[in-house]
Design a protein around this ligand. Structure first.
Ligand code: DNO
Length: 356
């Protein structure tokens, strides 16, 4: 297991590489070229430059989150092959720079969806939260405007303003894309990129849909164990793998995280491990990582990863905003650093116990 930390690049992140390097046990970052738009081919020099910056800070790039897949590929329109070629160019350039893990998602229109970015908890910390009631009341084209007021000026991952200004057009693009079609388009995309992944040993790691059910009537397909297993079988190549994001996959309370870890062992290339606190099954908030602060048994999750032989990269995920920090919602330094150390503590105990 390799503990890492997400970093959006010096132009976008409030957290410096210098501070990340001081988090015990963290040797690598998960980053991206945050100013690229989905669909464009990443420039090799830009990859080189960010790699140099990270290496000069005494860290390494452990993986990319995300190389976003553009809507044309997701809906499978006439332009998709051209965009897939661009994606292949990006993967080639990443492979040439010795980068071997790429996280991506296949959610229509919206990436992860929250309805509050700063719900105040009784201890004064703030967390991101979701209620289905709020989603049911809001017009999809208003959700971006309502959330963007609370981002402290940051661009949220997956919520690029250029795309969000065209929400109506995007909905129009997806109007005939049901779950089966979306799934077929994903398989088509994966089959097309597997040769370059084989050539450079790049592990593609799909992120579960968040929340793990359809929002605004849009299809969502990476929502439960059966769907994930179906995808892994449809493109049965080890480079077609998963990002096990407990906080996304676990939004659906009957998704058994531990059971799923065993069911897809060997294909989890990346893990985002965080906790949720449920008020009702469709009203939840992102708690601290500690088991006792939320509803997940973090020990059981880490033990399942350990016992199933997981040896990939892992990172703490969304943190609470604490100690007066101002940062991109979910992505401050302090609470994620606490998460990183807590998860490593669990891992050390599991490791020592298993060797006794
Ligand atoms: C949110 C993240 C997601 C994730 C993408 C992967 O904070 O977990 O934006 O990076 O879904 O492409």
């Amino acid at each position: 297991m390799e503990m890492t930390f997400r970093w959006f690049g010096s132009k976008f992140d409030t957290v410096s590489l210098k501070y990340i390097r001081q988090i015990p046990g963290v040797k690598g970052v998960i980053t991206t070229l945050y100013d690229t738009t989905p669909g464009e081919a990443w420039d090799r020099d830009a990859i080189k430059a960010i790699k140099k910056e990270v290496t000069d800070a005494g860290l390494k790039i452990s993986g990319i989150e995300s190389v976003n897949v553009c809507d044309s590929i997701k809906v499978g329109d006439a332009d998709r092959d051209r965009y897939i070629d661009n994606y292949i160019k990006t993967l080639t350039n990443l492979g040439e720079e010795d980068i071997h893990t790429v996280c991506y998602n296949f959610m229509p229109v919206f990436d992860w969806t929250r309805t509050e970015l700063a719900r105040v908890r009784s201890d004064g910390s703030t967390v991101m939260a979701y209620t289905q009631e709020a989603v049911d009341k809001i017009d999809p084209s208003d959700i971006f405007n309502s959330l963007s007021k609370h981002t402290n000026g940051h661009i949220l991952p997956g919520w690029e303003p250029e795309r969000m200004s065209q929400v109506q057009e995007l909905f129009e693009m997806y109007k005939d894309v049901d779950a089966d079609k979306l799934f077929d388009n994903l398989v088509y995309f994966l089959n097309a990129i597997m040769p370059v992944c084989d050539k450079y040993d790049i592990n593609m790691a799909i992120h579960p849909d968040d929340p793990a059910w359809s929002v605004f009537g849009l299809a969502r397909i990476i929502t439960n164990k059966e769907q994930i297993v179906k995808l892994l079988q449809a493109v049965d190549n080890v480079h077609n793998g998963v990002t096990l994001c407990t906080g996304s996959f676990g939004t659906k309370l009957n998704n058994d995280i531990v059971d799923t870890i065993y069911a897809i062992k060997g294909r989890i290339h990346f893990a985002h491990v965080r906790n949720l606190k449920f008020i009702t099954p469709t009203n939840f908030e992102e708690s601290a990582h500690l088991s006792s602060d939320g509803d997940f048994d973090m020990y059981a999750i880490m033990k399942a990863l350990y016992d199933s032989g997981f040896d990939g990269i892992i990172r703490p995920d969304h943190g609470r905003m604490i100690w007066g920090e101002e940062a991109m919602p979910g992505y401050g330094l302090y609470d994620r650093a606490l998460g990183a150390v807590y998860l490593q503590g669990l891992w050390e105990a599991i490791d020592k116990n298993s060797k006794q």
